[in-house]
Design a protein. Structure first.
Length: 79
């Protein structure tokens, strides 16, 4: 995936939406959950999304801020 604003927006939306899951998922052992409980599937999907978008998102932010990809050095006057 390319380092685009869309990649960054998708990454941020995913993180934001995932934040509520711990409040909704009881975190019980599988034996105590319904057979069709989507927790493991949802967790795997989130991991795939983060894996796909985290790198391009970080690269987009570095490029937008004018930071170097290797050293993450900010331009003069930028903290």
């Amino acid at each position: 995936m390319e380092p685009t604003a869309e990649a960054f927006a998708g990454y941020v939306r995913s993180i934001d939406r995932w934040r509520i899951i711990p409040y909704l998922d009881p975190g019980l052992p599988a034996a105590f959950l319904p057979v069709d409980w989507p927790g493991a599937e949802a967790s795997a999907l989130f991991a795939r999304i983060v894996e796909a978008l985290a790198g391009p998102s970080a690269q987009f932010v570095r490029q937008s801020l004018g930071l170097t990809a290797v050293g993450l050095t900010a331009p003069r006057g930028v903290r």
